[in-house]
Design a protein around this ligand. Structure first.
Ligand SMILES: O=C(O)[C@H](O)[C@@H](O)[C@H](O)[C@H](O)COP(=O)(O)O
Length: 228
């Protein structure tokens, strides 16, 4: 597996952001548009700031999320809120954004609308950036959730799945494994020694229901991007 290891999170943020910008430019040159799928959580925030300042034609870029927490957009747990504050600013404010949280009361009732909105995202994705939780979840494919098997089922035609983690608050909306695999460039972006250890553990084993990130690692050409 390709690994890009940096000395510090600052160095990672700068260099990773410029690589992503290059891949998006390449996508625009090839097809006129490009898609960037990002994850929520804390890890990407510093990198988003750097990326937002990259000088590319953001008006041709569609940004979306790998997963979302089913909370109002004003809630601090909202990944869309975080992306709007950290990524859809500066030059990147010209990008289009496809959010996952919609007006459905329950995440399960929001899946159909997410699937419709998916049509406006160029596929295969140009860039997919995944995070990972300490339990081996990625996007919102949580090992503890009842819905995991549907999320990992490659014959599932839905692009999204509503998920209830038992170890984290809020229902989620997540891209399914099948949708996650349809990307030209897939990165797992991790910071810190404990995440690195969990990642090594994921690489060393086989059981996808124990650590769902394994399903992505086994089936796509993932690059690890890491800093201490
Ligand atoms: O909405 C989310 O929770 C995510 O997209 C999730 O998959 C995240 O990437 C990991 O939980 C890591 O989160 P941290 O970066 O906060 O550790």
């Amino acid at each position: 597996m390709k690994q890009s290891i940096y000395e510090s999170a600052e160095q990672l943020n700068q260099q990773f952001a410029s690589r992503i910008a290059g891949l998006l430019e390449q996508g625009i040159a090839e097809t006129g548009r490009a898609s960037l799928v990002v994850s929520g959580g804390r890890t990407p925030q510093g990198m988003f700031k750097q990326l937002s300042e990259m000088d590319i034609d953001w008006s041709k870029v569609v940004i979306t999320l790998a997963d979302e927490r089913w909370v109002p957009l004003s809630d601090d747990a909202s990944n869309e809120k975080m992306v709007r504050e950290h990524l859809l600013v500066n030059k990147a404010s010209q990008a289009s954004f496809v959010g996952l949280k919609n007006s459905a009361e329950q995440a399960t009732d929001g899946v159909a609308q997410c699937n419709q909105a998916f049509d406006s995202i160029p596929t295969p994705f140009d860039v997919l950036i995944l995070g990972m939780g300490e339990d081996g979840h990625t996007a919102s494919l949580f090992p503890c959730s009842e819905q995991l098997s549907q999320g990992l089922d490659l014959s599932n035609q839905s692009h999204y799945i509503a998920v209830q983690p038992t170890t984290a608050p809020n229902w989620r909306m997540s891209l399914t494994l099948r949708a996650l695999l349809d990307s030209k460039n897939t990165f797992v972006h991790l910071v810190g020694d404990s995440k690195r250890q969990v990642f090594e553990q994921a690489l060393a084993g086989d059981d996808e229901t124990e650590m769902p990130i394994r399903a992505v690692l086994k089936q796509s050409d993932v690059e690890l991007v890491w800093a201490p």
